[in-house]
Design a protein around this ligand. Sequence first.
Ligand SMILES: [Zn+2]
Ligand SMILES: [Zn+2]
Length: 335
Amino acid sequence: MAKEIYWADKLAKKIIKERGKKRKYVCAAGITPSGTVHIGNFREIITVDLVARALKDAGKKVRFIYSWDDYDRLRKIPKNLPKQNLLKKYLGQPIVDTPDPFECHNSYAEHLEKELERELPKVGVKPEFIYQNEMYSKCAYAVEIKTCLQAKEKIRKILNKFRKEPLPKDWYPAKAYCKKCKTDETKITNYDGKYSVTYKCKCGATETVDFRKSGNVKLAWRVDWPMRWHYENVDFEPGGKEHSTPGGSRDTAKLIIKKIYDEKAPVYQMYDFVIIKGLGGKMSSSIGKVITLGDTLKIYLPEIVRYLFASTKPVKEFSIATDEEVFKVFEDFYK
Ligand SMILES: [Zn+2]
Ligand SMILES: [Zn+2]
C-alpha cells in the first residue's frame, strides 16, 4: 500500500499548484488580541509553520506573517481580568489604546502580544509580526480603503446575499474611530469618491478626514481580511471553524477579493478545536478558562508540543492531556 502523503506536504503541493510559480510564497495567520491567546489559537500558527516548512522542503522561499489585529475595537472584557471598571471605559475603542490591567505593558493588546511572542521561539516558530495598529496609523492601506469605498455597492451586494437583514443603501465598508471620544460609534455620512470621508459620532462630533493623512478610518472585518490578502499577496491562510461556516467571513472574503481585485483567495485549511483533558469543558477566552502555549510547555517538552499538533490533521479535533494521561503521551513520543 502506498504511504499516505503527510498533510502539510499535501497542502504545500496544493499551494504550488494553485498559486503557480512564485519567487516567494506568503503564508499568513493572525488574531485579534482581545483575550488570552490560548493553545487552540496556537493551532493556527503551528499549522502555518508546518506548511511553511513543507514549502521550504520543496525548495521554495517562504514569508510567514502573523497579524496582530490590535486596531480592532474592544468588544467585551474577559471576566477574569482585574480593573473591570477601568476597562469598561474603553469599550468601542481600539484594543491597542486600552490600558494594560496588569500594568506591565503599554497596552492590553501589547500585554497579550508579548505573552505569546515570548513563547513561540521555544517551539521553533518565528513569524514576522505585523501590528495592524501600526499599519493603519501610518495610512498603509489608504489606496485599498479608497478601492473598497468606491466598490461599496458591489461589496454590499455580496454581503447581503448572506444576511437576514440587508445592509442599507447608505452603508459603507469602513468606519472611523472618533477623534473626540475615541470610539467607533460612528457612521460615515459622506464620501468624496477619493480620499476623504465625513463621519458623525454618537457623541455628537462630526469631522471630515483625509485617510491618506489620518489613520482612524478602518475597514469592516469582512472587507479588511480580503484587502490584506491582496495587500500582502497571501498564498495560504488557515481559519478556525467559526470562519468556515457557509456564508461566513471566509466565503464572503473569497467573493470580495475576486470581485474587487480579480484575484483568487489564498489556499485555505479549516482547523478544528483543541480539547484540554483535565480542564473540564471548552476553553474560553471570554471567561478566562484557557491553557496557553506557555502552560503547555510547563508540562511537555517543546518537541512533544510540535509532535502533538503535527501528528493530527488540522480538520480533526484532538485533545491534549493535562492529567495522568501525560505519561502515556511521553511513552508514545519515545516509542
Ligand atoms: Zn502587561
Ligand atoms: Zn465620538
